[in-house]
Design a protein. Structure first.
Lengths: 211, 579
């Protein structure tokens, strides 16, 4: 089945299918398959010159030091590790996303930079090593102290704030990649027909009468 | 040598239209199809959704994953612009607050709007008898109904016939069915005594009869990005581009209009504008000038168009231009449905407008605020974007894990990773959009001290909510709590008095109207009931500026109907050689 027929098969009228194919001709529109997660440079169609310029400038800048990036990478993979279903945060290039987003949203810069230093000072006092140089055991011990907001020990609240932000950025960075979207199971962003909640789902939730 | 000069065009058009949004687009469409030679000036670039829409892009095609740093509603949104524009400031007076959203592009804000397409009802046009508040329009629902009908047929709107007293039915395409979360909302709302019906939106859920240029919706839920197959209403795709095909309408983009030009007798002769492409000054001439630049920009243009004949600004002998500015109220809430954790995955993108909404059908006599609001609902397994998974530590400690045991909030590792999967698609939201009473002391005016980068004096806003709007927001919050409780949802406490019950600042709902109001009395209004200036018979305003009093309904469908009505009036008057 060619693409036009497959669009028709899922219920698109001839007109919609033709128009969509025309609008998505090669060269004017990339399909999801053509895009890989590693490419951070966005394509330029439909974007304003000043937006393109700003993104290029941000991408060219460097914010985090190599040591900070190494720490972010370890933390990210502790937060979202590889499992049976998908890869880890660093497999999905989450550290690169975090590097970009703090340049795009400067309000994250001080909480991130300061939080990373707070973490290193904690580890130096406890283990005489930075977080990145500490053993895996020690890293997990440290993270455990700041990962559970409701049972935080006095004096550790700043670490909780930092880890909440790190958890947020890691989750957002991971689940917005191709890998993360496949993991979460988002099934849309493709032409189709919406005919309502599938019958088996309605039945499962006892919602047959509500429609 | 002076390299700035004013270039005067020798051609005289039948009409110049300033602005290409819903109002300007509709006027251009009607006049061009009737054979008039029309020049349309747009302050932003040309935009054709077929080529320029960012529909079907994935979050990872944006380095910020679609966040709103560049564009207010995110990288893929269909609006070039936002509440702040580089080099185009506005100011506020006496520490009041107003946020002015501008989209500079062909089609204006219609490229990204929510497509919620509600008619105003009989009591919205003539509501003074209900509570003695605000002013009546000089026209009734019955005057506008034939134009709403024509707009429905021409552009397309889905919905259901409900026979509600002040929520008039239209000529509807079938509505999209509710998503699973929305069934929970319907069920919860019914228990809470809140009426919920099918949404009403300008999306072609079926092919539009008689239209071969627009495709039917393919249900990606991304109307906010504008539609490549013209499956929803944008002024660019549905009005301006078709009008250009008649050969009678010419668009000049990147043309920022400075003022409306008038002759010694006070008649409009054309406009002057600055081209953003070459930064040169231009003057163009026409038999009439039609403003559809937005409620704020049209008022600004009139106030900046002073002359001996119009010392107070054009069409402003009454002094009302800029006054009675009002935006819809807005307050919202949301939560998640623990019943839906670990739910089955399928594509439920649906349409990009509302699948269900709650019209206002209640009696105000027992309430402490006038008029009412509608509620927009949504939720489900949407496309992840920036912000996805945020604040899991506030969610995963309040419901049992897969093993039935409560877990400690927050965390990390494989168990946390699984929580994101478990919670995906359980979220929902609801937002009230209500009627604010038009008041003379909420206004915009020309700031005497400030110009934009083109040297055009800018608007200064003075806007305050009254107790009416604050009490309405409180009622919204109480209603949301009730509905969410009946849904069996998990949710936070209501917004309280410290935030005016979550009442959004004026301008944030982007429904601003009322600045060049119509009326029968030239001493109290700027326009007659056909949106023709009392002081200048060949000047018309076709955006939301002529609104006397907005209902809780979103403004676009009424802008379209009134603009069509004005354009047809112009055609009938031309036949009588009056303009």
């Amino acid at each position: 089945m060619n693409r036009r027929d497959s669009l028709k098969a899922i219920g698109l009228g001839t007109l919609s299918a033709t128009m969509l194919l025309d609008a998505c001709k090669p060269g004017t529109k990339k399909t999801a398959e053509d895009t890989n997660d590693e490419k951070i440079t966005p394509d330029e169609a439909g974007r304003l010159p000043e937006e393109i310029e700003r993104d290029k400038k941000l991408i060219a800048e460097k914010f985090f030091t190599d040591h900070e990036m190494a720490t972010i990478t370890i933390l990210g993979d502790i937060i979202i590790p590889k499992d049976a279903k998908s890869g880890s945060a660093s497999d999905a290039k989450v550290p690169e996303f975090i590097e970009f987003i703090v340049k795009d949203m400067p309000e994250h810069q001080t909480p991130m930079r300061g939080g990373l230093r707070w973490l290193d000072v904690q580890c130096l006092n406890r283990y005489s090593k930075t977080f990145a140089d500490a053993s895996y055991q020690q890293q997990i011990e440290m993270v455990t102290e700041i990962a559970y907001p409701n049972k935080v020990k006095p004096g550790m609240q700043q670490g909780v704030s930092f880890f909440n932000l790190m958890r947020n950025l890691t989750a957002t960075g991971f689940f917005t990649t191709k890998m993360g979207i496949e993991d979460i199971g988002y099934a849309g962003n493709s032409p189709g027909q919406w005919t309502g909640v599938p019958a088996d789902v309605l039945k499962h939730y006892g919602m047959e009468d509500v429609v | 040598m002076n390299d700035i000069q004013i270039k005067k065009s020798s051609q005289t058009y039948d009409a110049i239209i300033v602005g290409s949004g819903a109002g300007g687009g509709m006027a251009g469409y009607v006049l061009a199809h009737a054979g008039l030679k029309v020049l349309m000036l747009e302050a932003g670039p040309f935009f054709d959704p077929a080529k320029d829409s960012l529909q079907l892009k994935w979050p990872y095609e944006s380095p910020r994953r679609g966040a709103g740093t560049n564009r207010a509603f995110g990288d893929f949104d269909g609006a070039y612009g936002g509440w702040e524009l580089e080099g185009e400031p506005y100011t506020t007076k006496d520490k009041t607050e107003f946020h002015w959203f501008r989209a500079r592009m062909l089609g204006g804000r219609t490229n990204h709007w929510g497509r919620i397409s509600l008619r105003m009802g009989p009591d919205d046009f003539k509501g003074h008898h209900i509570d003695g508040l605000t002013d009546d329009w000089p026209i009734t629902y019955d005057d506008v109904k034939p134009f709403y009908d024509k707009v429905d047929r021409m552009i397309g709107v889905y919905g259901t016939v409900e026979n509600l007293p002040n929520e008039p039915d239209g000529i509807f395409l079938p509505p999209p069915k509710p998503r699973l979360n929305e069934l929970y909302i319907k069920k919860g709302a019914a228990k809470a005594g809140v009426k919920v019906i099918a949404g009403r939106g300008s999306v072609l859920t079926e092919a539009l009869p008689g239209n071969k240029d627009r495709g039917a919706c393919f249900f990606c839920g991304q109307c906010g990005r504008s539609c490549k197959i013209y499956g929803d209403f944008s002024s660019s795709s549905c009005l301006v581009i078709p009008a250009m095909k008649t050969g009678n309408l010419k668009v000049i983009s990147n043309a920022m209009v400075r003022e409306v030009l008038t002759d010694g007798s006070g008649q409009a002769t054309g406009v002057s504008y600055i081209s953003k492409d070459d930064m040169q000054e231009y003057q163009v001439k026409a038999g009439m000038v039609i403003l559809g630049a937005s409620a704020g920009e049209s008022a600004r243009l009139l106030l900046n168009s002073k002359s001996a004949a119009h010392p107070n600004g054009l069409a402003n002998s009454s002094g009302v231009v800029g006054k009675y500015l009002h935006d819809s109220t807005g307050s919202s809430a949301g939560g998640f449905l623990p019943q839906l954790m670990d739910r089955k995955r399928y594509n439920e993108d649906g349409v990009g407008s509302v699948h269900i909404y709650g019209p206002w059908v209640y009696d105000n006599k027992k309430l402490d605020f006038p008029r009412g609001y509608h509620i927009e609902f949504g939720g489900g397994m949407g496309m992840p974007g920036y912000g996805f998974g945020w604040d899991m530590q506030k969610m995963n400690g309040v419901v049992p894990g897969k093993d039935g045991k409560m877990k400690e909030a927050g965390g990390f590792g494989a168990s946390l990773k699984d929580d994101y999967r478990r919670f995906y698609g359980t979220g929902f939201g609801m937002a009230g959009r209500g009627m604010a009473i038009a008041r003379e002391d909420n206004y915009c005016e020309i700031d005497p001290n400030v110009v934009d980068k083109y040297g055009i004096p800018v608007l200064r806003f003075n806007y305050k909510w009254s107790d009416y709007e604050i009490k309405q927001a409180k009622h919204m919050q109480d209603t949301f709590q009730h509905v969410m409780h009946e849904m069996g949802a998990i949710y936070g406490p209501p917004h309280g008095p410290e935030t005016n019950y979550g009442l959004e600042a004026p301008g944030r709902i982007i429904h601003e109207v009322g600045t060049v109001r119509m009326g029968d009395d030239p001493k109290k209004s700027a326009l007659n009931k056909y949106c023709q200036a009392h002081d200048c018979k060949n000047l018309f305003v076709v955006d939301a500026a002529p609104f006397v009093q907005q209902g809780d309904k979103n403004a676009t469908w009424t802008i379209l109907a009134l603009s069509m009505r004005t354009a047809e009036y112009i055609l009938s008057q031309r036949k009588k050689l009056n303009v």
